[in-house]
Design a protein around this ligand. Structure first.
Ligand code: 5GP
Length: 125
């Protein structure tokens, strides 16, 4: 089931539970603003999710309600995660799905980092 950007935030969502340590995850980076962990069903040799600690369903409510520190911390956390993973030299891709047409499945904002091989065109035509 996909997420609507208009959904209310549900603190019982799976990434909120991972953030609280109630569910295990393969963590690769953490700071005051984000937690990054490996995707459970990777589609690239490196596939990591960067999750802001501030509660937000998707990009629209995060952009509207998060503090400037949380907004900046999310972007910096994505870059820091890619740096920690050693992806800067060969490059990487960052994807944020927002809502139904994008296929967002988990109702807590997250960025996907893909890397570890040439990633091809951005979308299939
Ligand atoms: P979305 O489609 O919402 O942008 O991406 C959700 C991602 O979360 C998917 O790539 C999916 O494999 C991943 N995922 C879903 N549940 C879990 C989980 O419990 N643990 C981890 N590590 N990844 C998950």
């Amino acid at each position: 089931m996909t997420v609507s950007c208009a959904d209310p935030y549900d603190p019982a969502n799976i990434f909120a539970r991972i953030l609280r340590g109630e569910i295990p995850s393969d963590r690769v980076y953490e700071d005051a603003h984000v937690l990054a962990f490996r995707d459970i069903a990777p589609v690239a040799p490196v596939h990591v999710l960067v999750v802001p600690k501030a509660p937000a369903v998707a990009l629209p409510d995060f952009a509207a309600t998060a503090s400037d520190a949380d907004l900046a911390g999310f972007v910096r956390g994505i870059a820091a995660t890619a740096h920690t993973l050693g992806l800067e030299e060969d490059g990487y891709r960052v994807v944020i799905n927002a809502g139904g047409d994008a296929g967002q499945e988990v109702p807590h904002l997250h960025a996907h980092i893909f890397g570890g091989r040439p990633l091809g065109p951005m979308l299939a035509r």
